[in-house]
Design a protein around this ligand. Structure first.
Ligand SMILES: [Zn+2]
Length: 415
């Protein structure tokens, strides 16, 4: 971005309250949400008058004085990653920008740009097996099964939910985009197509820029599709998914998932548990600050109100899921990943978790886990194709989940 173009940004009027640079709020975001078990203690200092980033030798690397907090928060939402990294490396560049005006008013629904991310990829059982996001119940494993077998692909449920929600929000005038197509990756093609056409090219190019070693390259080239998916493609695709979402510059990102009972491994028979919950960004560790990009991302989460807004909308989504689907909201002790890898927020059912998408998406977000697919009260209903909503064939539970997200989004933007 040229300096001239950047200066032009100074005259923009900001219409969302994305900036919140009060010391108490920043310190609270750091202590309560971001600094996971103190892992950032030696790398970041939040003082009344400045934020300081240190390198591994405890030498000051970057200082942001309080006077610049508001300006930098604005730039974090407006400048390219490259321009932000240049400021981090040479803070004098910050003087080229003026502090913006913030009128703090919220957008209304018809002005919104929303990305909906249907979790995972699969639109059929073959792909669901490759990405290990499926249920397969048989009478052999569970005699009380109402039919010979039950097969559920999570990526199919998320795609149906996202497609219905998209239509509902578009009817209200919002501009809505999905992060992927049906049974497809965020690259716009299937995993199978990637294997055939892009696998070698991708791995060769990563080897040439030394992102992977020759040994890793050899191992990945020879891996079967399932192993290659879990050891490489899953994370590689998620990074691209975040880039696709960020390129749309959304006001809100809605990430849709359907959960399972973690203790019911390998999901061959039903469980009696069922909960809804939502995740928001946070719980960073030193690993997340190894690159300048990671440090810029922490500055965004500290200075902008993405965490606060994510928590508010996630709270509304969880309440709606619980009400519409009639299932309880998960407490911290209801799953080991909640008690071991998450920090609870003051909002019931909303947990800070260092998930790749939560960390990389640069907008307020809700990462909703609608229900437990393997619950004995759910699995049968999830396989029924009795409903047609906006031309989309689905079941009652998915239709209710879509309704829950919709109600919560409307509630959030009407406040
Ligand atoms: Zn999922």
């Amino acid at each position: 971005m040229t300096v001239k173009k950047a200066l032009y940004l100074c005259f923009w009027v900001i219409i969302i309250p994305v900036f919140s640079q009060d010391y108490t709020q920043i310190k609270n975001r750091f202590d309560t949400y971001l600094n996971y078990h103190g892992s950032l203690n030696s790398l970041v200092d939040i003082a009344l008058d400045k934020i300081v980033f240190y390198n591994a030798h405890k030498q000051t690397e970057f200082t942001l004085l309080k006077n610049d907090w508001e300006k930098f928060a604005f730039l974090l939402k407006k400048l390219t990653e490259d321009s932000l990294e240049k400021i981090y490396e040479n803070k004098a560049l910050l003087n080229k920008y003026k502090t913006p005006t913030n009128n703090g008013s919220k957008k209304s629904i018809h002005e919104l740009k929303i990305v909906i991310d249907p979790g995972h990829i699969s639109g059929n059982m073959d792909m669901a097996r490759i990405e290990q996001k499926y249920l397969h119940f048989t009478k052999q494993n569970h005699a009380a099964l109402k039919q010979d077998s039950v097969d559920i692909a999570e990526g199919k449920l998320t795609f149906e939910t996202a497609s219905i929600l998209k239509k509902m929000l578009e009817e209200k005038g919002a501009t809505v985009s999905l992060s992927r197509k049906e049974n497809s990756t965020s690259f716009g093609y299937t995993y199978e197509e990637w294997l055939k056409t892009y696998k070698k090219k991708t791995l060769d190019s990563l080897l040439s820029i030394k992102k992977i070693t020759a040994q890793k390259h050899k191992q990945l080239i020879g891996a079967n599709p399932t192993v290659l998916f879990s050891s490489f493609f899953k994370d590689y695709e998620l990074q691209h998914r975040a880039a696709v979402i960020n390129a749309f510059a959304p006001d809100l990102t809605v990430i849709i998932h359907y959960n399972v009972d973690e203790k019911n491994v390998a999901w061959k028979k039903p469980s009696d548990k069922n909960f809804c919950m939502a995740f928001i960004p946070a719980c960073l560790t030193a690993d997340n600050l190894k690159t300048i990009e990671g440090k810029i991302n922490l500055l965004r989460l500290l200075l902008c109100s993405d965490i606060d807004e994510s928590e508010k909308i996630s709270g509304l989504v969880v309440n709606q899921l619980s009400k519409q689907l009639n299932i309880p909201i998960a407490n911290k002790t209801d799953a080991s990943y909640l008690s071991e890898h998450c920090l609870g927020s003051p909002t019931k059912g909303v947990y800070s978790r260092n998930l790749a998408l939560c960390r990389m998406v640069k907008s307020p977000l809700v990462y909703g886990e609608c229900l437990y697919q393997d619950c004995e009260n759910e699995y049968y209903a999830l396989t029924q194709n009795t409903e047609t909503v906006y031309g989309i064939k689905t079941n009652k539970r998915v239709a209710l989940a879509a309704q829950s997200f919709y109600n919560a989004i409307l509630e959030y933007y009407s406040k």
